[in-house]
Design a protein around this ligand. Structure first.
Ligand SMILES: [Mn+2]
Length: 229
């Protein structure tokens, strides 16, 4: 079992989630939100990180602080959150207008850099996808267990949406430099999760959790739109 980061951010059960993950002999790497819980004062955190931080105890923070940003798995597999070089970079997608689309092979190769691995597992965009590059590097993003849609304002306002509320993960069979990938979408009690988000005044999360679509307020005060990546 491999967790590719952003374990606890958001208005849900941060402490319980961390306790569960810490108790399992799984592999965890650090996501940008895990880092952002550690590298800045509370008043500089975004609302989702702040909500998680308020729930975390010292043991959780120490665990998060010690997660590696990337990790080699076996001889031929690399785990990263965004891209191998940057936990905020979308490895497989470009922002175009206010949405994202599959990036070109050239751009993906550029973001991969000079890695040795033949299989790269990444997260961050919450979009399940498998890409095989011209150099025969397999890249798998399993999607997100925790949040099927969101918006982000970097480099400009855009929405990432899966269109259903399911929790997502992937099963990867890796043998002789070939991958067989199964993408799984699991039903769970997303109404209970959304209710918890709504109790904490996060109606954007409640919307995303129950629909898989990002909440689009009529007036968005932060974030501009851009017409190309
Ligand atoms: Mn992330």
């Amino acid at each position: 079992m491999i967790n590719l980061g952003d374990h606890v951010s958001g208005p849900l059960q941060a402490a319980e989630t961390a306790d569960l993950l810490m108790s399992e002999p799984w592999i965890h790497i650090r996501g940008n939100h895990d880092r952002q819980l550690m590298d800045r004062p509370v008043e500089k955190m975004g609302a989702s990180d702040r909500a998680a931080f308020a729930q975390l105890r010292t043991r959780h923070r120490e665990w998060l602080a010690n997660l590696p940003p990337t990790e080699a798995f076996g001889e031929d597999v690399l785990l990263c959150h965004g891209s191998p070089r940057d936990d905020l970079e979308y490895l497989l997608e470009d922002v175009v207008g206010n949405h994202v689309q599959l990036a070109s092979g050239v751009r993906i190769q550029e973001r991969l850099g000079h890695i040795e691995a033949s299989l790269v597992l990444c997260g961050h965009t919450h979009i399940p996808r498998v890409v095989l590059t011209e150099r025969r590097t397999w890249i798998v993003n399993p999607g997100s267990v925790g949040l099927p849609a969101f918006d982000d304002t970097s480099p400009c306002l855009h929405y990432i949406e899966n269109g259903s509320p399911h929790a997502r993960y992937a099963v990867v069979h890796w043998s002789r430099k070939k991958a067989r990938v199964e993408f799984i979408a699991v039903e769970y009690d997303w109404h209970a999760a959304a209710q918890e988000a709504a109790w904490r005044d996060r109606f954007d999360w409640a919307c995303a959790l129950t629909s898989g679509y990002a909440h689009r307020p009529t007036v968005k005060l932060s974030g501009r739109s851009c017409s190309s990546s």
